[in-house]
Design a protein around this ligand. Structure first.
Ligand code: SAM
Length: 427
């Protein structure tokens, strides 16, 4: 099991299921590479045009089913990996999920697959069978045809492997009329990008703050979570950073990805944005389609925000940073790696985000952390094996003015997939 154990590409049996759904509609399947790639090309153009930023089922059904769905399911899993891995979602009763702008249900499938993978890993450790559970999902979308296709996918996957049972009801309605009720998880997968696209930036931010704040207040059950996934594009991600900052100012609690509640340091410079690029590739059967459409097939790129509602007594629920090793240990930093590694002669650098050591106490920063090759030793060897998105415990906390992994610095990677934290071995 690799470190991304909760985030996996779709397996081959998914190909058969998706192809069967496509065939029933007379659409190109994954085996009609050129035809499907042409549809994918047209869909990309629609999504990349900020004035449109959407694609209805009647124009784009084949590409959304055959390409976007299998590409996006792992994004859903990745966005909830820390919630699932820290045990924040309980399965001792049905997990109530509201997926807004659900489309074909990719984000919910990601959540279900992450929970399945977690159950599998726990079972492997205990030697018993994977613990089952039920996910009761409400899928809401303004596009009734998308929901019909989503239901067809669920039917095609009946009898699938996995410990969790997925029960779905669909509601063809616009976001403003979200179904009443309290949900353990509310998902918004790549939906903000499609909303208010013609509005000026600030008005759009304020609307999205109001939308998410209202959902947290009225739809997320006490202790539950609101999960937003967005494309990794700079403008979409920076918009999400601005929405996050405004929500934090209004008292919202960020579970992930941020390990602090200060304003997002990536917003300080127009050229920065904080997105994920995990080492999870497209399933092999889609590689020819991606190539033919001129799209990448390696890596999983997205940005995300996980907020938590207060618990039943109104107390703040633990955030990811509260659950990391070395809590309360003085002079220890909890940092997230927010860039690729930068290797140049004699040194190894990467940007990190979190609380560093300042002259008058901790300082939140996005900083380029550097280790000289001559300072390498077994305690800091992990520095060479970290990837974007990793969370690392660094002792002593690097200095904000001169952020260095020195010869006596020790590093520990925190993992959230049920595997042990590690100090250095590569994947
Ligand atoms: C890019 S798709 C994402 C689908 C799915 N959540 C995912 O991550 O793969 C966005 C979906 O949001 C829906 N949508 C856009 N605006 C909406 C609105 N105002 N109310 C309900 N659904 C909306 C679209 O119909 C579309 O199915």
């Amino acid at each position: 099991m690799n470190r991304r154990g909760l985030v996996r590409p779709l397996e081959d049996d998914w190909r058969d299921a998706l192809d069967a759904v496509a065939r029933a509609r007379g659409w190109p399947t994954s085996r009609d590479v050129a035809k499907l790639a042409a549809k994918v090309d047209a869909l990309s153009a629609a999504y990349n045009d900020p004035a449109r930023a959407r694609a209805a089922m009647r124009d784009a059904g084949a590409a959304r089913l055959g390409f976007s769905f299998p590409r996006d399911v792992p994004k859903g899993a990745a966005a909830v990996r820390e919630l699932v891995g820290t045990g924040a979602l309980r399965l001792d009763r049905p997990l109530r999920v509201l997926d807004l702008g659900a489309g074909l249900g990719a984000t919910t499938w990601g959540l279900v697959r992450a929970l399945d993978a977690m159950a599998e890993q726990r079972a492997a450790r205990s030697g018993g069978p994977p613990e089952g559970g039920v996910v009761e999902a409400t899928w809401m979308d303004a596009d009734a045809e998308a929901l019909q296709l989503a239901e067809a996918i669920v039917r095609a996957r009946q009898g699938r492997a996995g410990a969790l049972e997925l029960q779905v009801r669909t509601v063809a309605r616009s976001l403003g009329a979200a179904p009443a009720g309290a949900f353990d998880v509310v998902l918004l997968g790549q939906v903000l990008s499609e909303l208010d696209v013609a509005s000026p930036d600030e008005l759009r931010r304020d609307r999205h703050v109001e939308l998410l704040r209202g959902l947290l207040r009225d739809r997320v059950a006490p202790g539950g979570a609101l999960v937003v996934v967005e494309p990794a594009l700079r403008d979409r991600t920076r918009h999400l950073h601005r929405v996050r900052d405004a929500l934090v100012e209004l008292g919202a609690s960020v579970f992930a990805p941020c390990l602090h509640a200060a304003p997002c340091p990536a917003l300080a410079r127009e050229t920065d944005w904080c997105h994920e690029d995990l080492a999870v590739d497209l399933p092999p059967w889609l590689v020819p389609v991606a190539r033919a459409a001129g799209l990448r097939h390696e890596g999983l790129t997205f940005s995300y925000l996980v907020l938590r509602a207060p618990g039943p007594e109104g107390a703040r629920e633990p955030r990811l940073v509260d659950l990391l090793p070395a809590q309360g240990v003085p002079r220890v930093a909890h940092l997230r790696v927010v860039s690729e590694a930068i290797r140049t002669k004699g040194k190894h650098e990467a940007f990190v985000c979190g609380e560093l050591a300042g002259q008058d106490g901790p300082v939140v920063a996005r900083a380029k952390l550097m280790r000289l090759d001559r300072d390498a030793n077994p305690g800091n060897e992990l520095w060479e094996h970290l990837d974007r998105g990793d969370v690392v415990v660094v002792a002593p906390a690097p200095d904000a003015e001169r952020p260095r992994v020195g010869p006596t610095t020790t590093l520990e990677r925190a993992t959230f997939d049920g595997t042990e934290s590690d100090r250095g071995e590569s994947r």
